[in-house]
Design a protein around this ligand. Structure first.
Ligand code: ZN
Length: 192
């Protein structure tokens, strides 16, 4: 009788141990951005324009975001990009437009880097400002930050994959009046 009880207790303990081992957390996908660090998220305001596409957003494809201005490359850069941040005389000051390239999730045509096809996996944004001569307006900067954050959120792009064109070799795009540091500090942080 005692032996039976002892066996029973032993097997129950073993069962508990096995259950404990089985209860380890299942692997969870790591979120790409940590929203707790940024509080209420203004990026969400721009999510509709990011998500209103003709085909589903190919969030796995888009690995980089590249920012241009309309200075050195002219306003024509906009047609090769996925998003435009408008100016007072074109689309409206700080008004964000998605181009057909984005709505159809097509490759951009906004950058040329020998040896690596950035156009295949990089979202292009054109800010309609000649930053060689003037700073972008406050509304343009604010809109750009909201758009960058919305895109980071939608496509899991970490801040070190958000580039100015000049960081990938095109000197002077955007021009010297572009508030690069302020914008960099406004990006969503990388996942912990
Ligand atoms: Zn450029």
């Amino acid at each position: 009788m005692i032996k039976t009880l002892a066996l029973l207790v032993a097997s129950m303990s073993l069962g508990t141990l096995v259950l404990c081992l089985m209860e380890t957390e299942p692997a969870q996908p790591i979120p790409a951005v940590d929203l707790r660090a940024v509080g209420p998220d203004p990026a969400k305001a721009e999510l509709p324009i990011v998500q209103q596409t003709d085909v589903p957003v190919q969030s796995v494809k888009w690995r980089n975001i590249i920012v241009h201005d309309a200075g050195r490359e002219g306003a024509g850069i906009a047609s090769g990009c996925h998003f435009i941040v408008g100016s007072a005389d074109r689309f409206g000051d700080g008004v964000i437009q998605a181009t057909a390239r984005w709505r159809r999730q097509q490759e951009g045509h906004h950058i040329h880097v020998p040896g690596y096809d950035f156009n295949a996996n990089s979202i292009g944004i054109a800010v309609l400002c000649d930053c060689r001569r003037a700073r972008p307006t406050a509304r343009q900067v604010e809109a750009l930050v909201r758009l960058l954050r919305a895109l980071q959120l939608a496509c899991s792009v970490s801040p070190d994959h958000v580039y100015l064109h000049s960081e990938l070799g095109e000197q002077g795009c955007p021009g010297g009046h572009f508030p690069a540091e302020a914008i960099r500090q406004s990006l969503l942080p990388a996942a912990k």
